[in-house]
Write a protein that binds this ligand. Structure first.
Ligand SMILES: [Zn+2]
Length: 138
């Protein structure tokens, strides 16, 4: 998914929304016996700033299914994650956390991959809380 900054500037369209889906990369998942059970939905908004930096913010959401990390029963978790990023034209000063872009095209792939990685939990648990204290044996 890309944002064509030149085209937007030419059309004086300095802000917009992006709604799309993409397949999550299974290689990002570090939990045993867990995989994506839905595409990743992205609801993003972008703003092209006066210095041609592009700010992107919004939410990614997806579902994971697999073995609960506590009881090993099959379960499914829905995850949503708020993210924002700044894309700075190559050659201009960018902060450590910023992405750069060139030739007037913001490529969101690295940002999306990073965001999915941040959003992924370290374990999958039954939504009803299989090992919450009230369910423990006395
Ligand atoms: Zn469980």
């Amino acid at each position: 998914m890309v944002i064509d900054v030149r085209k937007c500037n030419a059309e004086r369209k300095y802000t917009g929304e992006l709604h799309f889906e993409f397949a999550g990369d299974e290689n990002l998942i570090d939990i045993p016996f867990v995989s994506f059970s839905s595409p990743v939905h992205a609801d993003l908004r972008f703003d092209i700033l006066e210095d041609d930096s592009v700010s992107v913010a919004g939410e990614l959401s997806f579902s994971l299914k697999g073995a609960c990390s506590r009881c090993l029963k099959e379960t499914e978790n829905s995850i949503s994650y708020e993210a924002e990023a700044l894309f700075v034209p190559q050659g201009k000063k960018a902060g450590d956390e910023d992405y750069t872009y060139r030739n007037g095209i913001v490529d969101l792939d690295e940002f999306l991959r990073d965001t999915v990685l941040f959003a992924l939990p370290s374990a999958l648990h039954c939504p009803e809380g299989c090992s919450a204290p009230e369910y423990n044996e006395e």
